[in-house]
Design a protein around this ligand. Structure first.
Ligand SMILES: [Zn+2]
Ligand SMILES: [Zn+2]
Length: 178
């Protein structure tokens, strides 16, 4: 959830409790996505996997211990490809350091985004986890834009955009990366 150019309201670096909630409900934020202590509260995300359990464990899928795979194996990036695209200047390569295939003393290496993927998730799990990738790529794009705004306006009077992200979803995305 994103609100561009939040009205300056003195106390809060986010939409004021009496202002419209950035979710678009037309309710005041304090009657919608803000708790009584003024913290922001996101909805509990829906379950990622839909439909009955398959009972099948695909040997090539990293989520195979859940015994809920299908038989088709699909290609997946180690780190969400859209997130890599966001941090890559030319959308083609990134610098990689500390990956376990590089060995302990390896230096940074220019690596093509395409090669940072492998056949490692069954189609069912890949489809289910896509919502997390989509959220993360949006979040990191806003995060980058906010960083650029602070630099552009030298930290004085920068445009204050507000982002509300579900902590549960972000945690699940991090678990997926692990
Ligand atoms: Zn709301
Ligand atoms: Zn699977």
């Amino acid at each position: 959830m994103r609100e561009a150019n939040v009205r300056e309201n003195g106390r809060f670096l986010s939409p004021a409790p009496q202002d419209d909630c950035p979710c678009g409900s037309r309710h005041q934020a304090q009657r919608c996505h803000r708790a009584a202590d003024h913290s922001w509260v996101a909805e509990r995300p829906p379950a990622l996997l839909a439909g009955p359990r398959t009972g099948y464990s695909n040997p090539g899928c990293y989520a195979r211990s859940r015994k809920d795979c299908d038989e088709e194996l699909s290609r997946e990036h180690f780190i969400t490809d859209e997130v890599l695209g966001t941090i890559s200047a030319d959308k083609k390569v990134v610098m990689v350091e500390g990956a376990n295939w590089q060995g302990p003393d390896a230096k940074q290496k220019v690596t093509g985004l395409k090669s940072l993927s492998s056949w490692m998730l069954c189609r069912r799990h890949n489809t289910a986890l896509w919502a997390l990738d989509s959220m993360a790529s949006q979040f990191f794009r806003y995060f980058r834009d906010d960083g650029l705004d602070v630099m552009r306006f030298h930290g004085n009077d920068f445009q204050r955009d507000f982002t509300l992200v579900s902590g549960r979803y972000l945690e699940l995305w991090m678990l997926k990366m692990l």
